[in-house]
Ligand binder design. Structure first.
Ligand SMILES: [Zn+2]
Length: 183
């Protein structure tokens, strides 16, 4: 995916250089392109400090134990990583801790456009709000509680990494929590 993003940076984002990578969390499907990207462009990779040991390979998403080795991804060098400032404003994106899917999962809200970058806090299915993928979610109850952020912030659009955008997610959130099925 780095090839197509590199092209977007040269065209669509011309004049707006990439200065930082903000991660919602460090699962393998969210970091894959960063090895090549950070070789070409020296930008820090920023994630909640809880996620950093997973990214350096010191902790495993499978066992969640401290001191367990993460063999899911090649480790990132510590000097490429920066802890997220939870009181920070990253170019208009405000970080909100939303633990549950992973221990240090973060969503980013852009109040000006009312867009929530939700990562894996939810999934989207043809515009419908769905729970995160059960198999890869550390604590589903906690993740669903974190999902209440859509009631608090009332985003117009909630962008889910898998697989798309949900309009006015707050209108669907209560029913999602009541649904006791896994998916
Ligand atoms: Zn994930």
């Amino acid at each position: 995916m780095w090839g197509s993003l590199r092209e977007e940076l040269r065209t669509t984002f011309r004049g707006h250089p990439l200065t930082r990578i903000l991660l919602t969390h460090g699962h393998t499907d969210h970091v894959g392109m960063l090895y090549e990207l950070t070789e070409e462009i020296a930008v820090p990779i920023t994630a909640h400090e809880i996620e950093l040991p997973f990214l350096t390979g010191e902790r495993s998403y499978t066992t969640l134990r401290e001191g367990s080795k993460n063999k899911d991804i090649p480790p990132f060098a510590k000097n490429k990583l920066e802890p997220l400032n939870l009181k920070g404003d990253y170019g208009g994106l405000i970080p909100y801790p939303t633990p549950g899917h992973s221990l240090g999962h973060v969503a980013y809200y852009h109040p000006e456009d009312r867009i929530l970058l939700a990562g894996d806090l939810f999934t989207a299915f043809f515009g419908k709000l769905r729970k995160p993928i059960h198999k890869f979610t550390a604590n589903m109850e906690e993740s669903l509680q974190s999902g209440a952020i859509v009631e608090r912030l009332q985003p117009e659009l909630t962008a889910c990494s898998h697989c798309g955008v949900v309009k006015e997610a707050s209108l669907q959130y209560r029913n999602l929590v009541k649904d006791r099925s896994l998916a």
